[in-house]
Design a protein around this ligand. Structure first.
Ligand code: C5P
Length: 301
């Protein structure tokens, strides 16, 4: 038997970051929106735990126990007293090390897939608990849609979304390390105020109003990402010149995100970004997208 789970990427439409906490993490007001770019994780019984990966950027994905998909299998197995002997195959479409939670997505997908394969029947709360242990963004990958993440981003409150948003994502040449971006944030922002979600932004999501959302998006990590990766200024400018309603760095970057008025504008912005030479590739995607979901079960022959 094998089980395949599809899991979306995310963009942070608001990422308000406070001061570093004693544990090194930062308190956040993190408004997550799941977008329709997906990884698929397939889990199959095997002699021992192993990870393989295919797709763009897969050569940068670690295949050892640091991979969040492997750690998810280990954590679930340990809780249920079983051996995590599975082959996890990741089909990548979410940009790697791009600030779109690709690694977190694979962790959430592997968890759901292993739970189904092993029949461990974990409750939603148990799955969310394991996700929070895996990383700050992993619980959101499980639930999808839109949510406000507080604490280090792992405490989720679901948010209503009143329409479809049309996005374009420009994949940069190169990656950025999330801890390095947070360190640069600390250097640039010695007196960060307590993070708070913007009521106007939540209202724009609720009403599905792209122009209002464009006017209220914000990312406190953007100055830090631009400081470490100055070429992103050119990508942001190219998308804006092509008619995007707004342009921002996605999470800790270096993927950049462009909100557009409709599907036609999204195609135009994606084409212009690809032609601009300021990014490796540009992809259009809509939001919100559903969270981690089983899409295939194949019985043994
Ligand atoms: O939780 P996760 O493993 O995804 O976090 C990766 C890194 O990002 C952390 O080690 C930390 O440096 C930084 N981080 C942070 N504050 C958060 C979330 C992540 O400083 N709320």
């Amino acid at each position: 038997m094998s089980v395949t789970v599809r899991v979306p990427a995310k963009v942070n439409v608001q990422l308000a970051v406070g001061a570093a906490r004693p544990d090194g993490f930062h308190d956040l007001a993190n408004v997550f929106l799941a977008v329709g770019l997906y990884d698929e994780v397939t889990v199959t019984p095997a002699d021992e735990l192993r990870v393989t990966c295919e797709g763009p950027g897969s050569d940068q994905v670690p295949l050892d126990r640091t991979n969040l998909a492997a750690r998810a299998a280990e954590l679930l197995a340990a809780r249920h007293g079983i051996a995590p002997d599975v082959h996890l195959h990741i089909a990548k479409d979410i940009p790697v090390a791009g600030g779109m939670a690709g690694g977190s997505a694979d962790g959430a997908a592997a968890l759901v897939a292993c739970d189904a394969l092993w029949g461990t029947d974990a409750t939603r709360d148990e799955l969310l608990d394991i996700c929070a242990e895996l990383g700050s963004d992993v619980p959101f990958s499980l639930v999808g849609g839109a949510a406000l993440g507080t604490g280090r981003g792992e405490k989720l409150t679901p948010l209503e979304v009143g329409g479809t948003f049309h996005w374009v994502f420009a994949v940069a040449d190169g990656g950025l390390s999330t801890p390095a971006v947070y360190r640069e944030f600390d250097r640039l922002t010695p007196d960060a105020p307590d993070p708070e979600a913007s009521p106007a932004l939540l209202e724009a999501l609720r009403t599905g109003d792209a122009e209002a959302l464009a006017a209220t998006v914000s990312n406190d990590l953007q100055p830090a990402a631009l400081s470490l990766f100055p070429a992103l200024h050119d990508t942001l400018a190219a998308g804006t010149a092509a008619g995007a309603l707004t342009a921002l760095v996605s999470g800790s970057g270096p993927t950049t995100a462009f909100l557009t008025a409709d599907a036609t504008s999204a195609r135009k912005v994606a084409d212009a970004l690809t032609a601009s030479g300021t990014c490796r590739t540009a992809r259009a995607a809509t939001a919100p997208a559903r969270g981690a979901k089983i899409v295939r079960r194949v019985a043994p022959e």
